[in-house]
Design a protein around this ligand. Sequence first.
Ligand code: SAM
Length: 368
Amino acid sequence: MAGASAIVAAVTTQDPDLSPLEHTAQVLRWQADACRGLGSPLYGDLLTHAADDLLAGGPTADVLSGHLSDRLGTVLALRMLGGAHALALSGQAPDLAAWYPSAGGVADARPGSPRAWAALRGTMASHGEAIRSWLARPPQTNEVGRAAALLGGLRYVAAEAELPIRLVEVGASAGLNLRADKFFVPGDAGNYGDPASPVTLKGAWQGDAPPEGRIDVVERTGGDLAPVDPGTAEGRLILTAYVWPDQSDRLERLRGALKIAARVPAELRAESASATLARTELVPGTWTVLWHSIFRQYLDQAQREELSDGVGALAVAATRAARFAYVYLEQSRAGSCPVVLTTWPGGHGRVLGSAPAHGIPVTWRREH
Ligand SMILES: C[S@@+](CC[C@H](N)C(=O)[O-])C[C@H]1O[C@@H](n2cnc3c(N)ncnc32)[C@H](O)[C@@H]1O
């Protein structure tokens, strides 16, 4: 969803003379550029074709009819492609699956991906209603690569005091990163974790590796307004469908994390971040570590204030016995995402490093 902010920014220069149809075609082209920029040439090509098809009154126009005035922040293009991807993944659209590496197909090597587009266009024509049902659903991803930032943060926390960790995540999506300690990070300056883990975060840490420190997670809890249950086939399909089909690294990480989630339980509640914070208490003899990633941008001003009040209350309650750490990876105005850690008592805040929106690589800073 990192492309969404680029699209929302672009729309402020929207030509007021454009019709809703032309405007939506332009949005599809912006999303195409965003996808290319974020490493999905396939979606870049498919959305470029879809924009032309929309203007020509093809199947894209039927699928999107009634949605041409949707607000841009709804990332309509990604909802539509998520629906088509789900059909390919679930065996209902084998012609499309043939061109989606995520579904066992091959990449269309011809410039502009004409064969993949023909298959998508055919799928939209034959399964339009099924795809339309996804237009009402906000894209819901859980980006496992972002755990690279959390893991580094946990190492700094453990280096400060080696205590059991109670992990709390707000905006947790499916809660996959509540199992971050079970992932493996290989690195020149030392590895983290078990090389046999189903999740390997390759190339995840650049610069000075975070300090050594034993990470012992004893509790995992989180909340999300729209949690996805990784324990159900539907939940797994939703999470997979919103990953772009030609992004094999992201898919591999997601599929590995789903395997870990099946054996490492984590509590995940349907609740707002403020509700998660309200039920969080510090416990003597432990670190309580609050974490979030690419979530703050979805909060309005009042919700941001609730978040910072909740953090403030935990900070005040922290003692040397019952410690509190707050680590996040969030988009800055400059575009990249700093990894920020603050620990209490003391309120020692520092920017540990920075990462792109999908989390890998994190470039760790030398000085804090
Ligand atoms: C872009 S997703 C990121 C999910 C996850 N943190 C990750 O990095 O993969 C943002 C998440 O924030 C959730 N969210 C938005 N507003 C929220 C709120 N006020 N309280 C709790 N969750 C919220 C959304 O439902 C969504 O799952």
